[in-house]
Ligand binder design. Structure first.
Ligand code: HEM
Ligand code: HEM
Length: 245
C-alpha cells in the first residue's frame, strides 16, 4: 500500500474508531437525559443521576469537532490529491493559496465557535464554518456523486456536519428557553442526524469499494479509455456490450 492510500484510509479509520463510538455514547446519554427530565416532571424524582445531561453536552461538543474534523480530512485528501496530480501550483498558484487559506479560515471559525458566548458571534462563526465546508466541497477532486445526490456520501456528510455545528451554536439557547422550543428543535434535527450517520456508515463503506487504490487507477483509466481525475476515477460497473441473441 502506498503512502497516499494510507492517507485515504485515515478518514474511514477515524470515523470507525472515534466518531461512531462517540455517537453511541452521546445518544445513550441523550436518552437518559430525556428520561430523567420527564420522570422528574411526572413524579418529582428519578434514579438517573443528574450528571448524564453534562456528559451528553461535553461529549456532544467533542462529537461536533470530530465530525467537522473528519469531513475536513476527507476533503483535504480529495483536493490535495487533485492538486498534486495536476501540479496545479505551476498553473494556478492563486487557486492553491486560496484553498489553503479556506482550510485555515474554516478551522479558525470552528475554534472561535467553541469560544463564542454571545448569540450574534455564535451565529456568525457557525455560518462561517458551514460556508467554509461548502466552498471546500465545491473544489475539483471531491467525489460528490451529484447525479446520485440522494445516496451521496458527500451531501449527507456535509448535512450531518451542518447539524452538529448547529447543535453547538444553539447550545446555550437549549438551557435558557423555558418553553423547550430549542430543545424540541435540537431533538428533531439530531434524530435526523442520527439517521444520516447510519447512512454514512453504509455509503462510506461503499466509497471504500469505489475509490481505487493507487495501483488500481491505471487499470480503471484503461477500462474507461479516458484520462480521469484520480478521485473521480471510481470503480463502477462497466457497461458491457449487449450479447446478440
Ligand atoms: C446524534 C446526536 C445527538 C442526539 C440524538 C441528541 C439528542 C438529545 C436529546 C434526546 C436530548 C434530551 C432532550 C430532553 O431533555 O428531552 C438532548 C439534550 C441536549 N443536547 Fe443533544 N443530541 C445530540 C447531539 C448533541 C450535540 C452535538 C450537542 C452540543 C454540541 C448537544 C447538546 C445538547 C444539550 C445542551 C442538551 C440539553 C441537556 C440538558 O438538559 O442537560 N447534543 N440531546
Ligand atoms: C460521521 C460519519 C462520516 C461523515 C460525516 C463522512 C463524510 C465524508 C465526506 C464529506 C467525504 C468527502 C466526499 C467524498 O470524497 O465522498 C467523505 C469521503 C469518504 N468517506 Fe466518509 N464520512 C463518514 C463516515 C465514513 C465511514 C464510516 C467510512 C467507511 C468505513 C467512510 C469512507 C469514506 C471514503 C472511502 C471517502 C473517500 C475519501 C477520499 O476520497 O478521500 N466515511 N466522507
Amino acid at each position: 500500500m502506498e503512502f497516499r492510500d494510507a492517507i485515504l484510509l485515515l478518514h474511514p479509520a477515524i470515523a470507525v474508531l472515534v466518531v461512531f463510538p462517540f455517537i453511541g455514547v452521546v445518544v445513550n446519554r441523550a436518552l437518559q437525559t430525556r428520561q430523567r427530565r420527564l420522570e422528574i416532571k411526572m413524579t418529582g424524582k428519578s434514579k438517573i443521576p443528574a450528571v448524564v445531561g453534562q456528559e451528553h453536552v461535553q461529549l456532544g461538543r467533542w462529537l461536533t469537532g470530530a465530525v467537522v474534523g473528519i469531513v475536513l480530512l476527507a476533503l483535504a485528501n480529495d483536493i490535495f490529491s487533485h492538486i498534486l496530480d495536476h501540479q496545479l501550483w505551476m498553473t494556478a498558484l492563486f487557486q492553491v493559496i486560496f484553498i489553503a487559506l479556506l482550510f485555515a479560515a474554516t478551522i479558525a471559525s470552528i475554534v472561535l465557535l467553541y469560544k463564542a458566548k454571545e448569540r450574534k458571534w455564535r451565529a456568525i462563526f457557525a455560518t462561517l464554518t458551514g460556508m467554509g465546508l461548502v466552498l471546500l466541497g465545491c473544489q475539483d477532486g471531491v467525489y460528490r456523486k451529484t447525479d446520485q445526490w440522494y445516496i451521496s456520501h458527500y451531501y449527507y456528510g456535509l448535512t450531518a456536519a451542518f447539524l452538529m455545528i448547529f447543535s453547538l451554536a444553539i447550545l446555550p439557547e437549549i438551557y435558557k428557553d423555558r418553553s423547550n422550543f430549542w430543545r424540541k428543535i435540537h431533538i428533531t434535527l439530531n434524530c435526523i442526524a442520527l439517521l444520516i450517520f447510519m447512512g454514512q456508515g453504509i455509503t462510506g463503506t461503499r466509497s471504500l469499494l469505489e475509490v481505487p487504490l493507487s495501483w488500481q487507477e491505471h487499470y480503471i483509466q484503461q477500462l474507461y479509455e479516458q484520462k480521469c481525475d484520480t478521485r473521480n476515477c471510481t470503480i463502477q460497473a462497466p457497461s458491457l456490450p449487449q450479447k446478440p441473441l
